[in-house]
Ligand binder design. Structure first.
Ligand SMILES: O=C[C@H](O)[C@H](O)COP(=O)(O)O
Ligand SMILES: C=C(OP(=O)(O)O)C(=O)O
Length: 342
């Protein structure tokens, strides 16, 4: 195979970790996780969805250590929270920068995507074996065909939410997909995206055997809005209420996930606890439409530049994250809030 030829999605799925995926019953677990998330989004399950984990995975071994810690906490709070691990292997960039472990597994711009698919799937399979559902931002619609089988909650990000191919992809993906408000803070684009994802579409895609093909979707009933802020935050009760009103006006179910990071914390990890505290108060105060919270969290507080010399495995190389020691209490706060809301 020439160096740059990629395996087909079916070949990638059959490679290496297929045995581990089967041994751990991952496919059945993923189906169960997707249903569990959908139940929370539909509010039939009163628990709170918490999507938490690193901004990006740059060191799979360290990220698995993090997943182990999170799996323990998820179990502890399982009466009140449905905890999903951010297992993000692609990063959208405002202009340029590292694009993630799957497109650039050597973190140096070489773009060895074939290796990235192999390493990425190995990471996802091992992370799934912890028992946690996995969250993933679908940045490149082609790459989606290599990873979607292991994902239980998908995101279309602030930089792609207006894109028709991404909306079409979301309409076809077999898991709940969150549509983020765009980077300007405009919520209407994401409301349009939720509507578009709920409809059926025919669009070009890749079949399991690697052929370019026409994909036909039936519409994603579990597409929903994610508030992530913009130049100013939009996590407070007034912005949440305005977003719910916009959803209702568009004939969509009033439900929202709120991201405590990104525009809601000015990308400053130190601000995330205050945002989570505000969201927990809204939940505890009885807001049943606030169905989920996202937190960017990793082993240690902060971030590092990729060019800063030997990389630390425990520190984000993209957005700054809240360290594990400060994340665990936030999960407890959210669990208490969800319990109180019941
Ligand atoms: O979540 C990560 C970043 O916010 C996103 O990938 C954009 O990063 P950038 O603005 O540094 O390119
Ligand atoms: C890039 C991300 O978010 P956003 O699209 O909100 O910037 C992310 O969640 O990693």
């Amino acid at each position: 195979m020439p160096e740059d030829t990629l395996p087909t999605p079916a070949e990638a799925a059959a490679h290496g970790v297929a045995g581990a995926i089967a041994a751990h019953g991952v496919a059945d677990a993923v189906a169960g996780h997707r249903d569990a998330v959908a139940e929370v989004l539909s509010r039939r399950d009163p628990r709170l969805l918490v999507v938490v984990g690193p901004c990006s995975v740059h060191d799979p071994e360290a990220a698995l250590d993090y997943a182990g810690l999170l799996a323990g906490a998820a179990e502890r709070f399982s009466d009140d929270l449905v905890v999903v691990l951010r297992a993000y292997l692609e990063k959208p960039r405002t202009v340029s920068g590292w694009t993630g472990l799957l497109p650039d597994p050597t973190l140096d711009g070489k773009g060895d995507i074939a290796t990235g698919i192999r390493r990425g799937r190995a990471f996802l399979a091992e992370a799934a074996a912890t028992g946690l559902p996995l969250a993933y931002e679908f940045v490149d619609p082609v790459v989606a065909h290599y990873v979607a089988d292991l994902v239980s909650w998908g995101a279309i990000g602030a930089r792609t939410v207006a894109s028709q191919p991404h909306r079409h992809l979301a309409s076809w993906l077999p898991m709940p997909v969150g549509m983020k408000n765009d980077v300007s803070g405009h919520v209407g684009t994401a409301v349009d995206a939720v509507r578009a994802a709920g409809l059926s579409h025919a669009f070009p895609g890749v079949s399991a055997d690697g052929r370019l093909t026409t994909l036909r979707s039936t519409g994603n009933p579990d597409a929903h809005l994610v508030l992530r802020g913009g130049p100013t935050p939009n996590y407070d009760a007034a912005n949440v209420a305005a977003a719910l009103a916009a959803l209702s006006a568009a004939g969509l179910p009033p439900r929202v996930v709120v991201d405590a990071s990104h525009g809601n914390s000015g990308k400053d990890h130190d601000r995330q606890p205050a945002v989570v505290a505000d969201l927990a108060a809204q939940v505890a105060g009885g807001n049943r439409a606030l169905v989920g919270v996202m937190v960017e969290s990793y082993l240690s507080d902060g971030r590092q530049d990729l060019t800063a010399g030997p990389l630390r495995p425990d520190l984000s190389v993209t957005d700054s994250c809240l360290g594990w020691d400060r994340t665990a209490p936030l999960l407890e706060t959210l669990a208490r809030a969800a319990l109180r809301r019941r």
